[in-house]
Design a protein around this ligand. Structure first.
Ligand SMILES: NC(=O)c1ccc[n+]([C@@H]2O[C@H](COP(=O)([O-])OP(=O)(O)OC[C@H]3O[C@@H](n4cnc5c(N)ncnc54)[C@H](OP(=O)(O)O)[C@@H]3O)[C@@H](O)[C@H]2O)c1
Length: 292
């Protein structure tokens, strides 16, 4: 079978489609035929930076696909599933035609969207849900999402609105205003100087800005970015964790039409280099998918 691997760190040119042995599922694992994955910033960072598992390594965190062999698990051949695999820590990359994953990482895929598109959900959805969980936002609480047009930010805006929060957005460019409003944001800005100082109970920062001044006294600043936290009380980082139950909850929101998946581009997997180039150029609204 074929997998997208790197054997050194560098630009998109280090991404190579290689013939590799098909994985053999161990006890408690499920073998999945991939239909799609999506690009996340961690993928290009793992490609460029000297981080991640021993090389050569298969990249990729998101997976949507069809179960081929379920072994002694709750999954049966033919089931449509999604998963997030913490590739950087475990080395279990999803950019391959077949992937073996522990059954405990899988959730049934949403039935209301094409299976291919469901690969847009796992990493971004879990990141948004878990970061909001750290924020302890209450109904009626005031939230500013920085990077609201992005993958994690866009899901966070939708989830927070659904929980009754008042959500404003900071986006990178004026062209993203309309998108942030369509997701449910009330007020939208594109420079950190614009939001009123001290106005927010929670700031969810997906872009790594030094925007502590926006937080109200006693508020919570949750960042998922690599940058240092602003020097304000209540500033914490959130790191995404694999969590099947939370993933199943996100799937149920998609199925009920309460969470919208946004797809910008679809690339066949052998065009992974072009997909990375497009992703790193920035400015996309919606996820970039790799299809298998
Ligand atoms: N800690 C964790 O567990 C975790 C989990 C998921 C993601 N992350 C990190 O979180 C970041 C966002 O991830 P993502 O998947 O949401 O990426 P994404 O889809 O690329 O979204 C990032 C968004 O932030 C916008 N942005 C960039 N600079 C901005 C600025 N100064 N002000 C306002 N918006 C700005 C980008 O706009 P443009 O496209 O116009 O630049 C884009 O819309 C990445 O650095 C990623 O590595 C961390």
């Amino acid at each position: 079978m074929r997998a997208i691997q790197i054997d050194r760190h560098g630009g998109p040119e280090v991404l190579t489609v290689r013939e590799v042995p098909e994985p053999v599922p161990e006890d408690g694992e499920v073998l999945i035929r991939s239909t799609s994955s999506s690009l996340n910033p961690v993928d290009w960072k793992t490609r460029v930076w000297n981080v991640g598992p021993k090389l050569p390594a298969t990249l990729g965190w998101d997976l949507a696909g069809v179960v081929i062999a379920g072994g002694d698990t709750a999954f049966r051949p033919g089931d449509h599933v999604v998963a997030m695999s913490a590739q950087i820590a475990t080395g279990r990359g999803t950019w391959a035609e077949r992937v073996a994953l522990p059954a405990g990482l899988l959730a049934k895929a949403p039935t209301t969207v094409p299976l291919t598109d469901a690969a847009a959900l796992p990493l971004a959805g879990l990141s948004a849900l878990q970061a909001l969980g750290k924020a302890a936002l209450t109904s009626g609480g005031r939230l500013l999402v920085i990077g609201a047009a992005g993958a994690v930010g866009g899901i966070a805006v939708q989830l927070a609105r659904r929980s009754g929060a008042v959500v404003d957005a900071l986006v990178s460019r004026p062209a993203h205003h309309e998108e942030a409003r369509a997701l449910g944001a009330d007020r939208v800005w594109h420079t950190p100087a614009e939001p009123p100082a001290g106005a927010y109970d929670v700031v969810l920062d997906t872009a790594g800005l030094d925007a502590g001044h926006i937080l109200a006294p006693g508020g919570r600043y949750v960042s998922i970015a690599d940058h240092p936290l602003p020097d304000v009380p209540g500033a914490v980082k959130s790191y995404v964790q694999e969590d099947r139950d939370q993933l199943a909850h996100l799937v149920s929101l998609v199925e009920r039409g309460e969470l919208r998946l946004r797809i910008a581009h679809r690339y066949p997997f052998h065009q992974a280099r072009a997909a990375h180039e497009r992703f790193e150029a920035g400015g996309t609204i919606g996820k970039i998918l790799l299809t298998f």
